[in-house]
Design a protein around this ligand. Structure first.
Ligand code: NDP
Length: 444
């Protein structure tokens, strides 16, 4: 297998899917050597079977707004690979959603889920529906319309959706409600559910907390203490909020947050009290991060990202390709020592190259943000057993999983000079398990 040839073939067969090509090539490059040590993989054409999703559902979603106008959006579900467990992955509602973006996310999810040690395959879904400015009843009607089509293709042992950008506890609740009505069954088909109907403690916090647990493991390899480190965080949604919460608890100082309109820089640090304000602003009022700057009198920069600010650690927690090569160079020039990705694929290939050339501690999202899906996996276990674990139990399992992922990255990603290439480590560790499972199950 030659990574570049597989990429060229995928580009020919699936043109205009830039994000999908980008995600696939990153993995292929990392696993090329290991893959080629196994002629049986090539004989079974494992690579194509792993790059191309098992199936893609696309459908029209029609809903009525509060004024009685009828709208249509596109809905999708990509079931990428179920070699090691039921399809599992979030649902994204954002105007930028396209098959390419969901294909990249489902592909990444397959390797990430493999890394968690839990039995989950990879999937992703979503819609180009834009929840901004929509009332709660409009969001509810949209979720119901979305599920009235998708429900046939999901189930607790088939495909288990969860949240992602634009989809939090509220939306999961609406989707679960409609699913339950249509199937007449109360099952653990969604994760990220409310605590009163089968949700797991720590699930909302899991991606952000897990991101910081992974960061702590990376810092430990260099004997660096997180206390007092100034952190550049992007985004201000679920992952950014709980990344900040854990950073503050660990004694670090988050100084930035952002949304799609701009970023704030608070030199005095985002405290617990200020973070509570952000949670309310985003969850309750669905406001803009610029309002933080007005409330606390700090700097706000419109239409920009925070990577030009000075900080010790960068934690991108908004969206894909939000750090480009130039921004990565600025981070390095400003003395950043570690980058831990809360978002999926937030760094472009050029940015990753800059971080790795500078021998920084750089964690790709598929390793460092795996805490979210890990606790989703724990939610599935609790639902199957019809029990609930305590906060301490779930949190200690989450910590253990993140440490385990880190260990695997070090095992498979340590290079001759001792530098840990976390991208390579995560990709190889994730790939090997899926490949072995696929080989055992025959050509299907
Ligand atoms: P939320 O919807 O809660 O928050 C997303 C944040 O990112 C918002 O602040 C949003 O700003 C900002 N954002 C979204 N799109 C863009 C864009 N194109 N440009 C700039 N800013 C943008 O989502 P999550 O916090 O759940 O997800 C954030 C990232 O983490 C995503 O990459 C997601 O795939 C990843 N992730 C999430 C997991 C989870 O458990 N939720 C698990 C693993 C990964 P605005 O409000 O203006 O839209």
């Amino acid at each position: 297998m030659k990574a570049i040839e597989v990429l060229e073939d995928l580009k020919r067969r699936f043109p205009h899917e830039q994000e999908y090509h980008q995600a696939v090539f990153e993995v292929l490059e990392s696993i090329e050597e290991v893959y080629n040590q196994h002629p049986e993989f090539e004989k079974a054409n494992l690579i194509e079977r792993l790059c191309i999703p098992d199936r893609i559902f696309s459908f029209r979603v029609t809903w009525v707004d509060d004024k009685g106008n009828t709208h249509t959006n596109m809905g999708y579900r990509i079931q990428h690979c179920n070699a090691i467990g039921p399809y599992k992955g979030g649902v994204r509602f954002h105007s930028s959603v396209s098959p390419s973006i969901l294909k990249f996310l489902a592909f990444e999810q397959t390797f990430k889920n493999s890394l968690t040690t839990l039995p989950m395959g990879g999937a992703k879904g979503g819609s180009d529906f834009n929840p901004k400015g929509k009332s709660a009843t409009e969001v509810m009607r949209f979720c119901q319309a979305f599920i009235s089509e998708l429900w046939r293709h999901i189930g607790p042992d088939t495909d288990v959706p969860a949240g992602d950008i634009g989809v939090g506890g509220r939306e999961v609740g609406y989707m679960f409600g409609m699913y339950k009505k249509l199937t007449r069954e109360f099952t653990g088909t969604f994760t990220g559910k409310g605590l009163t109907f089968g949700g797991s403690l720590i699930r909302p916090e899991a991606t952000g907390y897990g991101n910081v647990y992974f960061l702590l493991e990376m810092l430990k390899t260099k004997g660096i203490d997180i206390k007092g480190k100034r952190c550049l965080v992007s985004g201000s949604g679920n992952v950014a909020q709980y990344t900040c919460e854990k950073l503050i608890e660990m004694g670090a100082i988050p100084v930035t947050l952002s949304d799609s309109n701009g970023y704030i820089y608070d030199p005095e640090g985002i405290t617990t009290e200020k973070l509570e304000y952000v949670k309310e602003l985003k969850e309750l009022y669905r406001g803009r991060i610029s309002e933080y700057a007005e409330t606390y009198g700090c700097k706000y920069v419109a239409n920009a990202r925070p990577w030009g600010e000075k900080g010790d650690i960068a934690l991108p927690c908004a969206t894909q390709n939000e750090i480009n090569g130039e921004e990565a160079k600025a981070l390095v020039a400003n003395g950043v020592i570690a980058i831990s990705e809360g978002a999926n694929m937030p760094s472009t290939p050029e940015a990753i190259e800059v971080f790795q050339q500078a021998k920084l501690l750089y964690a790709p999202g598929k390793a460092s943000n795996a805490g979210g899906v890990s606790v989703s996996g724990l939610e599935m276990t609790q639902n199957s057993e019809r029990i609930s674990w305590s906060t301490e139990e779930v949190d200690s399992k989450l910590k253990w999983i993140m440490q385990n992922i880190h260990e695997n990255c070090v095992k498979y990603g340590t290079e001759a000079d001792g530098y840990v290439n976390y991208v390579k480590g995560a990709n190889i560790a994730g790939f090997i398990k899926v490949a072995r499972a696929m080989m055992s199950q025959g050509i299907i």
